[in-house]
Design a protein around this ligand. Sequence first.
Ligand code: DQA
Length: 145
Amino acid sequence: MTKTLFVLNGPNLNLLGLREPEIYGSDTLEDVRKACAEAAGRHGLALEFRQSNHEGVLIDWVQEARTAAAGIVINPAGFGHSSVALLDALLASGLPVIEVHLSNIFRRDTFRQHSYVSLAARGVICGLGLKGYALAIEAMASLIA
Ligand code: DQA
């Protein structure tokens, strides 16, 4: 049976391409979706790609993934630095989680250098832009094979 991978994106990532391009680059969220679709297809995975600006919506999707997905790739955006509730949902999912950030959060503000989500993540990729998502999907494919 085809396994499904949830790729979840947090707040303000709908503005990719417009938002602080000197930090996040010129790729749009649609470009990210296409790169994810390509990577998922290459590994025979079905892709569920979503973005929300709302913490509760992201938590609902993580809970949905418990029964609907084999793994979660998540760019929690700002919620990574603030949300214990998102961490709890990811821990409760029992699924392998890979965290992605487009920018290198360790070269930025001190408050960005801690992520609650990392406590639930098997791996973290940051600083590689859109390519980080494709790498995360490749790694997830072997984790759930
Ligand atoms: C981000 C990094 C976060 O610190 C920031 O709040 C974001 C995007 C990234 O992809 O680089 O919104 O997750």
